[in-house]
Design a protein around this ligand. Structure first.
Ligand SMILES: [Zn+2]
Length: 221
């Protein structure tokens, strides 16, 4: 099995687009302050970001420039996030979702098991450290905060297919009691698992991921 990760190639391809000025503000929503359409946004800054990609079980740094746009109406700035990026996260979205799914989609898997791929754990190329089980715990906490994204995606899918069973499917999600000790954690686990299901159904319905256009429109919240 291959570890879930965005590829170095995908990151390099985005970097080439940045260097050729091919990143447009089209994926961004209108300015929430003054309603100026994103097509009028101007490039404000380039910011280099480090991403962790997993290459044959080694966690390696890949650098990529993200583009920040500015609203000409009020000066508010907005970042364009490529499909592999989630704000404030260094691992790629594919790793974050894949390892979180290892934990969430099985009743028995522990955090220690969720970081494993074929009985070993991806490790950093520069030292002996490996992907930590607590990292998956944190990723799931972050995902559970994407409430607006889930709600918006759900509404779009119900508009597309009003007789869809999706609400029933989401309501049926259960988390075994041994996976949580507080009601708050239970809520987070259910919310994150719902996000994974919504993403799969959204892809099947619209042939595109929630990430990143819809997520950006929802302000990654
Ligand atoms: Zn504005």
């Amino acid at each position: 099995m291959r570890p879930p990760t965005a590829t170095l190639e995908a990151i390099k391809a985005y970097q080439r687009k940045v260097e050729k000025s091919k990143i447009s503000p089209d994926n961004l929503p209108p300015c929430p302050r003054c309603s100026v359409d994103s097509s009028f946004f101007k490039i404000h800054a380039y910011r280099e970001r480090r991403f962790w990609v997993i290459v044959e079980m080694f966690i390696k740094a890949a650098f990529c420039t993200l583009v920040r746009f500015r609203c000409p109406g009020c000066g508010k700035t907005f970042t364009d996030y490529p499909a592999f990026a989630i704000p404030h996260k260094h691992y790629t979205r594919q790793s974050i979702m894949g390892f979180s799914a290892n934990y969430l989609e099985s009743d028995d898997t522990t955090y220690q098991q969720a970081v494993m791929v074929d009985n070993s754990v991806p490790g950093y190329a520069r030292d002996d450290a490996t992907l930590a089980p607590s990292t998956i715990h944190r990723w799931i906490t972050s995902f559970s905060r994407f409430i607006k994204i889930c709600r918006t995606a759900l509404l779009l899918m119900l508009q597309e297919n009003p007789v869809s069973s999706i609400c029933r499917d989401l309501g049926r999600i259960m988390i075994p009691q041994r996976k949580y000790t507080t009601q708050n954690r239970k809520k987070q686990l259910i919310g994150s698992r719902q996000l994974l299901l919504i993403e799969a159904l959204f892809k099947a319905t619209f042939k595109t991921s929630i990430f990143t256009k819809l997520a950006t429109h929802c302000g990654f919240s």
